[in-house]
Design a protein around this ligand. Sequence first.
Ligand SMILES: [Zn+2]
Length: 205
Amino acid sequence: MEKKHSIRFITPKRTFEKKYKNYRSYKKYLASDFNNRCGYCDDYDGWQGGEATYHIDHFAPKKKFENLENDYNNLIYSCSYCNRFKGDDWPSDDPKVNIVNNKGYIDPCEDEYQKHFYRDSTGKIKPETPIGEYIYNKLQLYLIRHSVLWNLTRLQKLKNQLLEVIEGRDVDKEEFDEVYSKYTELSIEFDKYFRYILGDINIKN
Ligand SMILES: [Zn+2]
């Protein structure tokens, strides 16, 4: 059977309580509450220039619901892709009615969000439910970049673990050689994905 991974490891939580008049003032607190990850696709902002390149998405669109424009509880830390594709899409005339006939959006701060998706063994996001499928298509969560960034994070974590062993004092030669060769192998794979982000090469779907 295919191995399924969760779309994310941590459910973001809005913890910031101060109120600002302009939603843009919340950005750094929002980034922190969302663990520097897009609420929708879980892409880490550190791979693409950090906070400055990320957007603030209005879960219930500000164009439809002006009174929610500066409401922290309606804000989502979002990559530019998800934010742009979602646009002003909303299934109803009520900001509290977020799903109609399996169309609409789940707030990523709900634990439920991750039940609508999974990642396959290569890190690609896949829908698990009809609502998940709606979001998947609207936000183009099938884009290869989402699995590339997931793999960069995965490989970097493994590399860091090996680096600790390599730099450790009490490693014998045999273990060192083994770990070093594994590290090299991971680095080559890492570079393949990293070059994709730099626009160097293309990875086919
Ligand atoms: Zn995203």
